[in-house]
Design a protein around this ligand. Structure first.
Ligand SMILES: [Zn+2]
Length: 135
C-alpha cells in the first residue's frame, strides 16, 4: 500500500505539453516548456536529461539512426546518432552516447532548435535558423 507521503509531485495530464514535427506528427510530450530547457552552446540544441535527480519525463516520438554522423568539434570528434520523425524522417534531435542499449537512452538526449512546434501543421519557430557551425 502506498501512503500519502509517497506522492510528492504527481504529474497530471494537464501538466503535459504536446509538440509536433513540421509534418504534423506528434513529436514530443513533456511536462515543461521548451523555453525552460537548458541549451547546448555548440549548436543551441535543447537538453533532455535522462538520468540523475534532474531526470526529465517525456515521450519523444522518433526513431534512432543505427549509424552515427561524426562532427569535428573544437575539443575533438563527436558522434551523433540522429533521432528522426517516424512519419517524415526529418531530424528532431540526436544522442551522443553509444554506450546504450536499444531500449535505453544515453544520459542526455538533444532536441534540435526549431524541430518541433506547439501548433500542429505549422512550421516550428526557429526552423529556418542556421546553426553557427554551418555558417
Ligand atoms: Zn515529421
Amino acid at each position: 500500500m502506498s501512503s500519502r507521503a509517497d506522492v510528492s509531485a504527481p504529474i497530471t495530464t494537464s501538466d503535459l505539453k504536446v509538440f509536433y514535427c513540421a509534418c504534423g506528427e506528434l513529436g514530443l510530450v513533456i511536462n515543461r516548456s521548451l523555453a525552460s530547457l537548458a541549451r547546448r552552446p555548440v549548436d543551441n540544441a535543447m537538453i533532455l536529461r535522462n538520468t540523475g535527480k534532474d531526470k526529465m519525463y517525456y515521450k519523444l516520438n522518433a526513431l534512432l539512426d543505427r549509424e552515427p554522423i561524426v562532427y569535428k568539434r573544437p575539443d575533438g570528434l563527436e558522434k551523433q546518432w540522429r533521432l528522426r520523425c517516424q512519419r517524415c524522417d526529418l531530424q528532431l534531435g540526436y544522442e551522443t552516447s553509444d554506450a546504450r542499449e536499444a531500449s535505453t537512452r544515453g544520459p542526455y538526449t538533444y532536441l534540435l532548435h526549431g524541430s518541433v512546434t506547439e501548433t500542429q501543421n505549422a512550421v516550428p519557430i526557429g526552423a529556418y535558423d542556421i546553426p553557427a557551425h554551418l555558417t
